[in-house]
Write a protein that binds this ligand. Sequence first.
Ligand SMILES: *Cc1c(COP(=O)(O)O)cnc(C)c1O
Length: 356
Amino acid sequence: MSKIHNFSAGPCILPQEVIEQSAAAIREFDGMGLSLIEISHRSKNFERVMDEARQLVKDILNLEQRYEVLFLQGGATLGFYTAALNYLKPGGKAAYANTGVWAAAAIKEAKLVGDVDVIADSSDKNHSYIPSFEVPAGYDYFHFTSNNTIYGTQYQSYPKCDVPMVCDMSSDIFSKKFDANQFAMIYAGAQKNMGPAGTVLYIIDKEQLGKTGRKLPTYMDLQAHIDKDSMYNTPPVFAVYASMLTLRWIKNNGGLEGMENRNRAKKDLFYNELDRNSLFHGHSEPASRSWMNPTFRLNDDSMAAEFDKLWKEAGISGIAGHRSVGGYRASMYNALPIESVQVLVDVMKELERSKG
Ligand SMILES: *Cc1c(COP(=O)(O)O)cnc(C)c1O
């Protein structure tokens, strides 16, 4: 098989060693004579996996004592509703920033629970930028989406905010340095930057949880999961195991700083070519560019067939843009090697030469 350069927006590329170790664990796990996916989640062998995965998150993010880490199910999509259920007080109000499809989905779910003010909105320019704003006082919490996977925009710094902050970091967690200790709650679907689909990470400040007085269905009650060390019910064992391996890989490759250096080099390589090449333009405004999901278009769409042929021949996969933006999206998550970005850049140059 020739090498595939996997720019998929999600589920995404994972480190090769994680794929190999996961495959081996499916065959036989931990010398038990059994597969990872046919043992009890209450076995010591799996409890060690869950404990290590949770501890790795605390270590990599330098979380203070008051934080707890969970690996649950339902994706970030259930996280939208779970966030509102756990933080929006009856009669209270939440502030949201609408910066794209996922942010809007979070707003929709929160409105099922209570009152929501959209205090920042980029829909006037098809979400091609991150608005600049401060969060007014008085809200139960403020929710935002740190990286807008579909539009290719990303907060370069977080807004000034004195109310509890809740963030959907599905597509940029562990991609660069940030202060996780400023958040009341962070959640992130695993399949963008941490593992396979099937689990969602929650990082919770225990001191800011449990203020609503609301009785919740057990699965949506974050405190119930904290009380049972993320083992209230059967966890998604394979997704947690593969995420744990990826977290080990992140830690062994320099943690957040290592990922930031890796990802900075990739985004510089790509955006320098995008700005230089006369045939392409970006969707996102330069000051709001995502390091993870660059979105771009041909200036002349009649060249699409030729460009598509070139990148397919080069072994590139997964760069068709999302239908709400069009054009192309080259997702460059942690595990994508810079060599793959170089191949894409070379194809962009080749198209330009052929038009020369
Ligand atoms: C992919 C994505 C989601 C949806 O995640 P699911 O795990 O499919 O529910 C939510 N938010 C962001 C920012 C995403 O990129």
